[in-house]
Design a protein around this ligand. Structure first.
Ligand code: NAD
Length: 256
C-alpha cells in the first residue's frame, strides 16, 4: 500500500516508534529512522521487511539538527511523505520540585520538535498534494495525571498542534492526526514500573498490576504493533478525510 513512499519516524530506535516504523515498512514504505542508542539493530529489523532504510541521529531538542535530518531525508529519498512525530521523554515530579532543565527538555523533545519537523516537511507534502503527519501524543494529551506537569502540558500542546496542522492542510491531500496511547510497555514505562516497585518495596509484577489498575480499565498494555496498525490506517485511502483527530488507544482510560 505504501510502496514508493518515504516515512520518517522520530525516536524510532526503540518502543512505539520502532513498532510504527516496522508497520509502515511492512506496507512497503522506505524508512528514515532517528533516535539514541543502538541504531544498527533497528535498521536491520526494518530492512528485513524488504525496504530501504536510512538513519539520522538528530537530537530532537535541537532545531538545527532537526533541519539537518529533514535535509538528509530529502536528499536520500526525494521527500518525506509520512512524518511520525514520536520522540518523547518523561519526568515525574511535583510542580514545585520539577527541575527547570527537565521541564525545558520535555517541552523541546515532546512538543517543539513536532513543530519543527512539521514546518520543514509541509512544503514538499503540499507540492505533492499528498502527505501524512501523525503525532504520537498520549492519553495525557486528553486527561492529566499528577506529577507529570511537563509531559501533560506537552501532550495537550501536541493535540492542539495536530488540530492547527489539520486545519491548515484541510483542502489538500495532506492530513494530520494524533494517536493517544494509554500504557505501552516500553523502556519509558518500564522505568516507571521499576521506580514504583523500588519505592513500595514490591515485586515488578505487583507494581505493573498497580500501574494498570489505577488508570487502565482493560488491565492490558497497548502494544506498539496495535499502534502501528492505527498509523497504517491513517496512511490508507480510507484515512483521506480523517483530519485533526486525537484517537485514543488506551484500554478505556479516557472513558472514565
Ligand atoms: P522509548 O523510551 O521506548 O522511546 C523513545 C524514543 O525516543 C527512543 O528511540 C529514544 O532514543 C528517542 N529519543 C529520546 N530523546 C530523544 C531526542 N532528544 N532526540 C531524538 N530521539 C530521542 O519510549 P516510548 O514509550 O516508545 O515513547 C514513544 C512516544 O510515545 C513518546 O512520545 C511517548 O510520550 C509516547 N507515549 C508512550 C506511552 C507509553 O506508555 N510507553 C504512552 C503514551 C504515549
Amino acid at each position: 500500500m505504501l510502496k514508493g513512499k518515504t516515512a520518517l519516524v522520530t525516536g524510532s530506535t526503540s518502543g512505539i516508534g520502532l513498532g510504527i516504523a516496522k508497520a509502515l515498512a511492512a506496507e512497503g514504505a522506505n524508512l528514515v529512522l532517528n533516535g539514541f542508542g543502538d541504531n544498527a539493530g533497528p535498521q536491520a529489523e526494518v530492512a528485513a521487511l524488504g525496504v530501504q532504510v536510512a538513519f539520522h541521529g538528530a537530537d530532537m531538542s535541537r532545531p538545527a539538527e532537526i533541519e539537518a535530518m529533514m535535509k538528509f531525508a530529502a536528499e536520500r529519498f526525494g521527500r518525506v511523505d509520512i512524518l511520525v512525530n514520536n520522540a518523547g521523554i518523561q519526568h515525574v515530579a511535583k510542580i514545585e520540585d520539577f527541575p527547570i532543565e527537565r521541564w525545558d527538555a520535555v517541552i523541546a523533545i515532546n512538543l517543539s520538535s513536532a513543530f519543527h519537523a512539521t514546518r520543514l516537511a509541509l512544503p514538499a507534502m503540499k507540492t505533492a498534494n499528498w502527505g501524512r503527519i501523525i503525532n504520537i501524543a498520549s492519553v495525557h494529551g486528553l486527561v492529566a495525571s499528577a506529577e507529570k506537569a511537563a509531559y501533560v502540558a506537552a501532550k495537550h500542546g501536541i493535540v492542539g498542534l495536530t488540530k492547527v496542522t489539520a486545519l491548515e492542510t484541510a483542502t489538500t491531500g495532506v492530513t494530520c492526526n494524533a494517536i493517544c496511547p494509554g500504557w505501552v510497555l516500553t523502556p519509558l514505562v518500564q522505568k516507571q514500573v521499576d521506580a514504583r516497585a523500588a519505592t513500595l518495596k514490591i515485586s515488578n509484577e505487583e507494581a505493573t498490576r498497580l500501574l494498570l489498575g489505577e488508570k487502565e480499565p482493560s488491565m492490558q498494555f497497548t502494544t506498539p504493533e496495535e499502534l502501528g496498525a492505527l498509523a497504517v490506517f491513517f496512511c490508507s485511502a480510507a484515512g483521506n478525510n480523517v483530519r485533526g483527530a486525537a484517537w485514543n488507544m488506551d484500554g478505556g482510560w479516557a472513558a472514565q
